[in-house]
Design a protein around this ligand. Structure first.
Ligand code: CMC
Length: 429
């Protein structure tokens, strides 16, 4: 933070308004407009395209250069050398764990995997055709009911327990949701298995003899890692906004789950597969690219473009590699969907429309194909994203509530009717 200033000249005012400029450790300077309201003026920025909603130490994205750092560590190094639970610890605590801290964290998470009985029973009240995202939103909200009494978010230990509980229980909720859709009874989690292994076991196993493929487990772990955090995206901002009222943190996370569902956000991985199914054959790709370029047609290439990345999404590069590893392991390299996705990617990347707008594949372009090969049904894809993103949401919530914070309360540019008198019903035309 430096002593630079910006000056704002408003027509009709005698003097310029001086606004402090804050300098980040990385990235663009930020004009601090918090005091503007005292001058009777607000700023207007629908979609928050030019607005930093908070300060944060957790994740940094340089969208022009395709850089993603968690607590300073590049995602490529983390994906290659770390694992999901270590990344969770890093996001929550700000530093990589020592060996003792790592095993203690893993033990705590493994011990917290079971669900309260009420939650496990609740899933059976949904029809088997109910959308898994609707179910997991409800189940996450239900955790708030189970873990409310005695929870004091001003106490650090309570915040830590909440964080660990959510990370531990989310894959159990995901597996429960999947099995409900398949008409299968829930399978209790196992403490002796790693995070991704336990997820695969509770999702797919019929009994204790289920064999976990280490290549698939590693891919699953990486998928969780690549989704773990992405600074102030729509769902994380939702968690912060909900959390800023002092609400129960499980409720704030349920709000984040709901926000993630949309096809412009986490729902894009599901939308990619639906889009590829609609395209149907490589012969139709040109028609769909033309549709995406037609300003009168709402169709967009799902898994392409990003508000922040105006370069290759670094997560997409790792995801593409993981996708190839999984398909090779399962012997489905000639997968038609993958071939069509690669063809579509190549055509779009060479097209002036996409080049000019700096539209590149994002993480969701290849995650859906990978998940499909692993055996996860399309409607479960965003639930996997939920499981991966949970540590990010909770790390941001924890960061916010661990210090002084204000309730999030945006203002508006009102364009409605001016004041008018009520007209009794019999006098209206
Ligand atoms: N296909 C075709 N055109 C596109 C696409 C796309 N996927 N994305 C953006 N554009 C065009 C858009 O039509 C606009 O063109 P013009 O300048 O002629 O009006 C221009 O690019 C800028 O688009 P925008 O909507 O102003 O960009 P945005 O930053 O508001 O939207 C986005 C970002 C992710 C919502 C958008 O790129 C999109 O809808 N992508 C498809 C959905 C998707 O893959 N979402 C997952 C994001 S990554 C996962 C996550 O982190 O949530």
């Amino acid at each position: 933070m430096g002593d630079k200033h910006a000056r704002l000249f408003v027509d009709g005012a005698d003097e310029a308004i001086e606004l402090p400029i804050l300098s980040p450790s990385l990235g663009s300077d930020v004009i601090d407009i918090a005091q503007l309201t005292k001058q009777g003026i607000f700023t207007y920025d629908p979609g928050f395209v030019s607005t930093a909603s908070c300060d944060s130490n957790i994740t940094y994205i340089d969208g022009d250069n395709g850089v993603l750092l968690h607590r300073g560590y590049p995602i490529e190094q983390l994906a290659e050398r770390s694992d999901f639970l270590e990344l969770c610890y890093l996001l929550l605590e700000g530093a990589l764990p020592s060996a003792a801290q790592k095993s203690e964290f893993e033990r705590t998470i493994a011990a917290e995997r079971n669900l309260p009985a009420g939650i496990a029973n609740m899933v059976s009240s949904f029809s088997t055709g109910a959308h898994p995202m609707g179910i997991i939103t409800a189940l996450t909200g239900a955790l708030a009911a189970e873990y409310h009494n005695g929870l004091d978010i001003t106490v650090a230990e309570d915040r830590d327990i909440t964080a660990r509980r959510l990370i531990a229980k989310m894959p159990t909720l995901a597996a429960l949701t999947y099995r409900h859709g398949q008409g299968k009874p829930p399978l209790p989690p196992r403490e002796d298995l790693g995070y991704a292994e336990n997820f695969l076991y509770t999702t797919f196993a019929d009994d204790e003899n289920y064999e976990i493929n280490p290549v698939i487990a590693r891919a699953m772990d990486r998928i969780f890692m690549l989704h773990a955090d992405h600074e102030q995206n729509a769902s994380t901002s939702t968690v912060r906004l909900a959390g800023s009222t002092g609400t129960n943190p499980y409720s704030a996370i349920a709000a984040g789950v709901a926000a993630l569902w949309g096809p412009s956000h986490g729902g894009a991985n599901e939308a990619v597969l639906s889009m590829l199914a609609d395209i149907g054959s490589p012969d139709n790709i040109d028609t769909y690219v033309a549709k995406a370029k037609d300003r009168n047609d709402p169709f967009r290439i799902m898994g392409f473009g990003h508000r922040v990345y105006k370069n290759y999404d670094p997560r997409a590069t790792v995801m593409q590699e993981t996708c190839h590893e999984v398909l090779a392991e399962l012997g489905v390299e000639a997968d038609e969907t993958l071939q069509m996705a690669q063809r579509l990617e190549k055509i779009a990347l060479e097209d002036e429309f996409f080049i000019e707008r700096r539209l590149y594949p994002n993480v969701d372009f290849y995650s859906g194909i990978t998940l499909k090969a692993i055996g996860i049904p399309t409607e479960m894809f965003t639930v996997i994203f939920v499981t991966g993103r949970t540590p990010g949401w909770i790390a941001h919530w924890k960061e916010m509530v661990s210090e002084a914070y204000k309730i999030g309360r945006p203002r508006q540019l009102y364009l409605g009717e001016t004041s008018r008198d009520y007209v009794p019903l019999e006098q209206r035309s």
